[in-house]
Design a protein around this ligand. Structure first.
Ligand code: 13P
Length: 253
């Protein structure tokens, strides 16, 4: 059975002091969580201090992006070794905001995924269609290109260490959540793509999160879907109460 993974993507929110305080609250609230994997992704600036807070707890650390080069003249970027040194375990890559505002492509997602895996860390690979793409009947072709692009030249063994986050762009930060059926249908299709690439056993083991306006009210219905193995949460992850409600919804399944 796949275990649930609930991850909070804090995006460009929270100062270092606020990040430490939120991480402390989440660590305290999740002491009794045993089945659900809990991950938080603060900003780079806060990550090292948050790493100290989550050490030895049930909460794992992620960062929101990484560069695929080892080091050098890449102003503004952070390397995988820097993340690894402070105890980062997961790296979010290919987020739609990265794709939309910062020229992320399926090629750079692939380069980043390979870099993360080569360092022994785990990528959370974000995919998802825009409203125009969905309305234009392109849902499947968009997801196919994103999945096939992200996993190019990645072995089955490495693919098993990855998580996919299906985040329909129209649901992110809008309050318009995908219905349980819409999310399930898309995620079932994503799993079928993984099966095409790696076979049924990898597809059955690989975890696929849903992301986009997930909150304490809609989480339980989404998490009950067969192909939804967790959530990548933005707004509702910025308060420990709402984030913990979603974690509890997963833990109770
Ligand atoms: P919201 O939960 O704020 O819609 O954000 C989802 C998201 O983009 C997580 O990566």
């Amino acid at each position: 059975m796949r275990s649930y993974i609930i991850a909070g993507n804090w995006k460009m929110n929270k100062t270092v002091a606020e990040s430490v305080a939120l991480a402390e609250e989440i660590v305290a609230k999740t002491k009794g969580i045993s089945k659900t994997e809990v991950v938080i992704a603060p900003t780079y600036l806060a990550a090292a201090k948050v790493a100290d807070v989550v050490k030895g707890s049930n909460v794992k650390l992620a960062v929101q992006d990484i560069h695929w080069q080892d080091q050098g003249a890449y102003t503004g970027k952070v390397s995988i070794d820097m993340a690894k040194e402070i105890g980062v375990e997961y790296v979010i890559i290919g987020h739609s905001e990265q794709r939309q505002y910062f020229h992320e492509t399926d090629e750079t997602v692939n380069l980043k995924a390979k870099k993360v895996l080569s360092a022994g860390l785990k990528p959370i690979i974000c995919i998802g269609e825009t409203l125009d793409e969905r309305n234009g009947g392109k849902l499947e072709s968009v997801l196919t290109a994103q999945v096939k692009g992200a996993y190019k030249d990645i072995s089955a063994e490495d693919a098993l260490k990855t998580v996919i986050a299906y985040e329909p762009v129209w649901a992110i930060g809008t309050g318009v959540v995908a219905t349980d059926d819409q999310a399930q249908e898309a995620q079932k299709y994503v799993r079928s793509l993984v099966a095409q690439l790696y076979g049924e056993s990898v597809a059955e083991a690989l975890r696929i999160q849903y992301g986009g306006s997930m909150n304490p009210t809609n989480a339980s219905g989404l998490l009950a879907q067969k192909d939804i193995d967790g959530g990548l949460i933005g707004g509702a992850a910025l308060k420990s109460d709402s984030f913990f409600s979603i974690i509890s919804a997963a833990e109770e399944k």
